[in-house]
Design a protein around this ligand. Structure first.
Ligand SMILES: NC(=O)CC[C@H](N)C(=O)O
Length: 394
C-alpha cells in the first residue's frame, strides 16, 4: 500500500482497504491491512532479514520495545506451534509484513500466525512495502513508530504522529528488568525433551548459573545439551546469591534495552564474578554488560544487526562463521582496556563481535551461537565454555 507524509488531521479514513497504519516518528504513514490484535503499539521500528523463525524472533525477549519488520515477504506460512518459542510471552510489540499471511501449511502448525498474534495481544500490519521501509531504516537509522490496527479504517493521524514523535528512545532504557524471571528456577532439559518426545539426556557434568537479562530458551537448551545443569537467576540477583549456588561457570544472557542502563545494577555484580576466576560466558546483552564490567563502553548503533546471515571472523582460529544476530547496541572498540582482546569481528561492518580476557576463562560474543533461528556454525562456543569449565575444576 502507499505511504504518505501529508500533514493530515485525524480522524481520517485511510486508503481503500487500509485497516492498519504504521506511523513513524518523522510523520510518515505506511498503510496496510491489520492483523492480530485490534490495538495500538509503539516501539522502535527495526528490520530482521532472516528467512525463517518468525515465531522465535517474536518471542525473543531481546526484542522488547521493538516493532519488527520482516524483510522476507512470506511470513506465517508454516503457522505457529507451542515449541518454537524463546519465551512464553512475546516481548516484541508488533510486526510489519509484506504479504498477507496464508493458511498454515506444516504438520507441526497448531495455529494461524494471525490468531497467535491476537492471543498475545500483538498487532501486525501486512501489505507494507517492506523494502522501502528497510531502506529508510538502513539510511536514516531505526525510527520510533506507532502501529495501529482499526477494522473501521478510521485513524486519528495527528494523535498517532504525536505519539510516534514522543515515543521514548531505547537509549537509556533498562528493559531487562521487565523480561527477567521473577524468581530463581532450574532449567530442566530432561523434562522438556521428554515432554516433547526427544528422549532423555545424559547426566549433567557441570552446574552453570545463568543470569537472566531476558534469556532465550535455546541458550538454556544449548547449555543443557552440552552437559550443564542450569540454574537461572533474575537479572538483579546479587553476587552472594549467585555464588551460593556454587556454580562451575557463570552465563550472562542476552536481553533487551540499553546495556548501559541495565549495567547500573548488573555491572558491579559481573565485575565481582570476573574476579572470582570462574569461567564466564556472555551472549549479546551479556557480552555488552561484560564489556562494561571490564571498563569498556557501549554505544547505540544506527540500524543494528538483525538476521541470520551475518559473517563473523573468529581471530583465534581464523575461521569465518555465519551467525544469527539481534542487537542495536555495540561495544566501542576504542574503549577496550589492555588485557581485553577482540576475538571476533563482523565482516559486514567491522564492528566488535567477541571479547576475551587475557589469562582468564572469561569471554563473550555479540551474536547468537544458539541461533534459533539461524545457522549452527557458532555452537563451538558452548564447547569452548565447557573446556574452560573443565580446565578450571580442581
Ligand atoms: N540480543 C540481545 O541481547 C540484544 C542486546 C541489546 N539489547 C542490543 O540491542 O544491542
Amino acid at each position: 500500500m502507499t505511504s504518505t507524509s501529508a500533514q493530515d488531521d485525524g480522524p481520517v479514513q485511510g486508503p481503500a482497504g487500509a485497516t492498519a497504519a504504521l506511523v513513524l516518528s518523522d510523520g510518515s504513514v505506511l498503510w496496510g491491512r491489520g492483523i492480530g490484535a485490534v490495538a495500538e503499539a509503539g516501539g522502535e521500528v527495526v528490520f530482521n532479514t532472516g528467512m525463517t523463525g518468525y515465531q522465535e524472533v517474536m518471542t525473543d525477549p531481546s526484542y522488547a520495545g521493538q516493532i519488527i519488520t520482516f524483510t522476507f515477504p512470506h511470513i506465517g506460512n508454516v503457522g505457529t506451534n507451542d515449541e518454537d518459542i524463546e519465551a512464553l510471552t512475546p516481548a516484541a510489540r508488533g510486526c510489519v509484513l509484506r504479504a498477507d499471511i496464508t493458511e498454515p501449511s506444516n504438520w507441526r502448525a497448531s495455529r494461524h500466525l494471525a490468531d497467535w498474534l491476537t492471543s498475545h495481544g500483538l498487532v501486525g500490519i501486512a501489505g507494507v512495502d517492506t523494502r522501502q521501509l528497510t531502506r529508510r531504516i538502513r539510511d536514516a537509522g531505526a525510527p520510533n513508530g506507532v502501529l495501529a490496527h482499526r477494522p473501521d479504517g478510521l485513524f486519528d493521524l495527528a494523535a498517532l504522529k504525536a505519539k510516534a514523535a514522543q515515543w521514548p528512545s531505547l537509549k537509556g532504557l533498562d528493559l531487562a528488568k521487565e523480561v527477567t524471571c521473577a524468581q530463581t528456577y532450574s532449567w530442566d532439559e530432561t523434562r522438556w525433551s521428554l515432554a516433547h518426545g526427544y528422549g532423555t539426556l545424559e547426566q549433567p557434568r557441570f552446574h552453570v548459573v545463568a543470569i537472566d537479562y531476558g534469556a532465550k530458551r535455546n541458550i538454556l537448551r544449548s547449555l543443557a545439551s552440552h552437559g550443564c545443569r542450569v540454574t537461572v537467576v533474575p537479572a538483579q540477583a546479587d553476587f552472594d546469591t549467585i555464588m551460593r549456588h556454587q556454580p562451575d561457570g557463570i552465563f550472562l544472557s542476552n536481553g533487551p534495552g540499553d546495556p548501559a542502563a541495565t549495567g547500573a545494577y548488573a555491572v558491579p555484580v559481573v565485575q565481582k564474578l570476573v574476579e572470582t576466576g570462574k569461567p564466564v560466558f556472555g551472549i549479546c546483552l551479556g557480552h555488552q554488560i561484560l564489556a562494561l564490567a571490564l571498563g569498556a563502553g557501549t554505544y547505540k548503533m544506527d540500524t543494528g544487526h538483525r538476521g541470520a546471515n551475518h559473517p563473523v571472523k573468529d581471530h583465534t582460529t581464523g575461521k569465518v562463521e555465519i551467525t544469527s544476530q539481534n542487537h542495536g547496541f555495540g561495544v566501542d572498540r576504542s574503549t577496550l582496556p589492555t588485557g581485553v582482546m577482540e576475538t571476533h569481528t563482523s565482516l559486514f561492518d567491522g564492528t566488535v563481535e567477541g571479547l576475551a580476557v587475557e589469562g582468564k576463562p572469561v569471554f563473550s560474543v555479540q551474536y547468537h551461537p544458539e541461533a534459533s533461528p539461524g545457522p549452527q556454525d557458532s555452537q563451538y562456543l558452548f564447547a569452548r565454555f565447557m573446556d574452560h569449565i573443565t580446565a578450571s575444576k580442581p
